[in-house]
Design a protein around this ligand. Structure first.
Ligand code: GN1
Ligand code: MG
Length: 361
């Protein structure tokens, strides 16, 4: 606590700290609640940023600063109430930066938003709210006037991920290539049709958008009554294509089972979650999406399980160096699970397309 108190004292907080305790169960950053004695002061969230995953903290914090500033401006223009519950407030350091480097770790502080909850699974109602939250987030950022950087370069770039797979196959670091020969062949043959998205970006059919890029349901903040407030965890916010949030949310939330269930018969695309999420998402996002982007949303839903299978398979070939694994074939199990999901999504393409057309009528 003494060391953490010292960190807090580097930020512009004049109130007295009662306690600093761990908060939440994030896997990437370390998070603490800074409880303040004075009742008229908010509490704070202190985070140590994982600079092994996020190597350019300056760029990442600069992104978050621009994004939260722009959203605050939008909410103010709209005359929104409770703005401090709908966008994060960054506390500057005494030197006027939004992070503090103690010689070893990077730290940041935001205002704690009280009386809120996050969810780990969705039903139709919460999926619709989550759709609304991501749609509104992107919509508010559609006209952000400052350029943002990529905290993880090529994060959702399928051509790049296929290239990484190709390298992994050639290098065969873990000696597992022979075992997954057929899977690799399937992925390598299927990849180019999905890399169409890269082509659409290059030829201008797809605009670059500011996306959240880690659109898990537990990154949506709800109030105590279950009303959606905003999206949180802004570390991966970056320029990308529109499929990043739409497709990756459905990849995690609309699978009937978890991404590492070894029983592929349980894997499948949950159309109820798809419909609810899409309804909430388009309600907010249709004002800025182009007709082409909307027409390709079902494609986006198929792209993400496929891209994730490429990433898992690559890590399997490399000897499990990126994703945490609990057993030897964990990444292989995940690969097959995500390919099964990809195939299930593909089987629902027409149904998805007619649902979206119906929504827009
Ligand atoms: C990683 O660790 P987690 O769940 O936040 C990964 C995502 C993947 C996901 C697959 C920075 O996210 O892109 O979709 O695993 N995040 C990073 O489970 O690589
Ligand atoms: Mg989170």
């Amino acid at each position: 606590m003494k060391d953490l108190l010292h960190i807090v004292s580097e930020f512009c907080i004049s109130h007295k700290v009662r306690s600093i305790i761990p908060l939440g169960n994030g896997l990437i950053n370390d998070t603490f609640l800074v409880n303040i004695i004075e009742p008229d002061s908010p509490d704070y969230v202190l985070q140590r940023i994982n600079h092994h995953v996020f190597q350019d903290v300056e760029l990442l914090q600069d992104n978050i600063e621009k994004v939260t500033h722009h959203i605050r401006l939008k909410l103010t223009e709209q005359g929104a109430n409770d703005i401090d519950c709908k966008v994060l407030t960054l506390i500057p350091t005494r030197e006027g930066k939004t992070y503090y480097f103690d010689g070893e770790s990077y730290w940041r502080i935001t205002v704690f938003i009280p009386r809120t909850q996050t969810l780990d699974v969705v039903n139709a109602q919460t999926a619709e709210s989550a759709g609304e939250a991501f749609g509104r987030f992107e919509s508010m950022l559609a006209d952000i006037p400052y350029p943002l950087g990529e905290p993880i370069p090529h994060f959702h770039d399928l051509e790049f991920r296929l290239k990484q797979l190709d390298d992994a196959m050639r290098e065969n670091k873990a000696g597992r290539r022979e075992q997954v020969k057929d899977l690799c062949q399937y992925v390598v043959e299927t990849g180019p049709s999905l890399a169409a998205a890269n082509e659409w970006l290059r030829n201008g059919l797809l605009p670059t958008r500011i996306c959240h890029c880690d659109p898990k349901v537990n990154n949506v903040l709800f109030d105590e009554d279950g009303k959606v407030l905003c999206v949180i965890d802004l570390d991966t916010v970056m320029p990308s294509y529109i499929f990043s949030d739409y497709g990756d949310f459905l990849r995690t939330a609309a699978n009937f089972t978890s991404e590492d269930d070894p029983d592929e018969t349980k894997v499948g695309f949950n159309m109820e979650v798809f419909k609810a999420f899409t309804k909430g998402y388009l309600r907010e996002a249709k004002v800025f999406l182009t007709d082409f982007e909307i027409s390709k949303l079902p494609f986006g839903a198929s792209l993400f399980p496929f891209m994730q299978s490429v990433r898992f398979l690559t890590d399997y070939l490399n000897g499990d160096t990126y994703y945490k694994t609990a057993y030897e074939s964990h990444n292989l199990v995940r690969t097959k699970n995500q390919l099964a999901l990809y195939e299930s999504v593909c089987r629902h393409k027409q149904e998805m397309e007619s649902f979206i057309k119906g929504l827009l009528k």
